[in-house]
Design a protein around this ligand. Sequence first.
Ligand code: AMP
Length: 438
Amino acid sequence: MSFSDLGLRAELLSAIEAQGYTEPTPIQRQAIPAVLEGGDLLASAQTGTGKTAGFTLPMLQRLADGKRPAKRGVRALVLTPTRELAAQVGESVRDYGQHLSLTSHVIFGGVGQQPQVDAIRPGLDILVATPGRLLDLQQQGHVDLSGVETLVLDEADRMLDMGFIHDIRKVLKLLPAKRQNLLFSATFSNEIQTLANQLLDRPTLIEVARRNTTAETVEQAVYRVDREKKRELLAHLIQSQRWFQVLVFTRTKHGANRLAEHLGKRDIPAMAIHGNKSQSARTKALSAFKSGDLQVLVATDIAARGLDIDELPHVVNFELPNVAEDYVHRIGRTGRAGNEGQAVSLVCVDEHGLLKNIEKLIKRDLVKHIEPGFEPDPNAKPEPIENGRGGRGRGRGGNGGGNRNAGSNNAGGNNTANRDAPSGRKRQRRGGQKRQQA
Ligand code: AMP
């Protein structure tokens, strides 16, 4: 099947061609015709499946087909959990809509609001936003959402995880009753079901395989190593195996900084991204990493959410996440679109319980390596895992093997990683949710 079979107009087909896409991905094959028809959609799809084009292309087409209302409001609103994802969706809107005369803008917190206000004032066809900044601007009277024709909630499960449910509900109250709603979520927890039931009218349901649970294109390996030798081992692996583009996950912001500094001292260009960094520092690090100028990007889970980095060859879990599902999200950054990827986890004695939980979730045992010169001490005693501030509470089954204080928060207190995240609200657990299997 080709894109032209999906009923897309010539301007979009030529933009798709310019992107080099030859055929639609499974989610695009299903979502594009459904969205073009104008109905609601409930799609289970992760980053990496092509979901962004799945909603952006038909949304652009419907906007281009429709008539621009006289009033200066917003016609399509896309809500995303993080600034990075908002920026990426905004980029997709611009790329795919390059031959259409539609206007779009991206707004998020952590940057000055005046340019955003100026961009919104004349009215916009598409506004991509994180909920916090959107509500800020709306409350100041800068955004009119009363004419929204299409609402997209992207990575809705992440938005709920980050405590945005109240903000989402506030936004919903500002929208007209008659509109098209598209809800994308990697998982279907009870909270997502509740939201979907309230929001969607007889939606088309789309499920695409959770590529990462099978992850045929990702080679996964574990290196057993002592806690204190992890940094040295990582530097050694990067240099000896000539990894040129490596995304490294750490549990805490502090740990991310320390690791980036350490690698820098070993002449491995590395930068950390997390919520304490300014937006411009994060954008700069991400673009240097994407362009290949920066060899290593060290990130906490929340900071890494929504990062769209194609064909990433190496993902390293410098520390295992407390929540096993986050392992799947992390390694989903590699091996995309049929490209081979490698996910390496450095595991010390503190993390044996976490490793077991991950193996249970992905239903396979990971290959364990021991690098010569980095043999772990067989008598090492497990210690409580440092989670950073905010990483309190007990992980969902993630506290075995000596992880006495394994926290409930996958990013070790990086609730503040996105300054739009409502403060003081507890991140919602994702317990009890049903994971989508192929
Ligand atoms: P997403 O799941 O929307 O984050 O997209 C993941 C990546 O796949 C992005 O880098 C897209 O540019 C790319 N992509 C989207 N659709 C296609 C397609 N039909 N063929 C090849 N790559 C695609």
